[in-house]
Design a protein around this ligand. Sequence first.
Ligand SMILES: C[S@@+](CC[C@H](N)C(=O)[O-])C[C@H]1O[C@@H](n2cnc3c(N)ncnc32)[C@H](O)[C@@H]1O
Length: 188
Amino acid sequence: MIWLAILLEVVLLALALWLCLVIGKLFFVKGYRNYPPFVPSFGQTKKIEFARIAKLLKESSTSMTILDPGCGTADLLIKLAKAFPQHSFVGIEWNKGLYKTAKIKSRKLNNITLLCQDMFDYSFADADIIVCFLMAPLMERFGEKVKSECKKGVLVYSNTFSIANLPLIEEIKTRKFLMFGNLYIYKL
Ligand SMILES: C[S@@+](CC[C@H](N)C(=O)[O-])C[C@H]1O[C@@H](n2cnc3c(N)ncnc32)[C@H](O)[C@@H]1O
């Protein structure tokens, strides 16, 4: 029992340190502010996002391609890929450690492709649905890329950060904390 308590404390301490590091870097390292760090999505927004996309995939008679630029450890993609083997999933993550973790977690799935590269060097042309959880300074450039490369009708689900230069079709308010929440849905 005592070992469990110690383990829990160590995990909590590591989490607190990691959070301090990310927040500290956001405030003090200028370049870092322009690139979204790894903060895994969680909670109500992620649940709603999953449910909405799952409904679409279930109802679709044709195979769809779901793209997650900045997929981190690809939790959302892996969950969807397991539930919908008839659809294709692509995750892009430039952080090698996160990419490798996602690769290991998805090793038994053959409908998911993971790429370790900059999302801005990858064409979004094949995507039917895009899911993203990025960061405010990136959203305008991201929106321009979607507008210039994606086919008409593509749906974009953005966790927490709005994309001002894309046509918004729905905003789902889930914000409970200061920083995280709200799901923005766009359609080209
Ligand atoms: C806020 S995290 C979200 C992770 C994951 N999508 C989730 O919802 O849990 C943003 C991720 O985008 C990645 N990222 C940021 N800029 C990128 C870029 N230009 N190309 C590829 N990945 C990028 C970061 O490394 C980070 O893992």
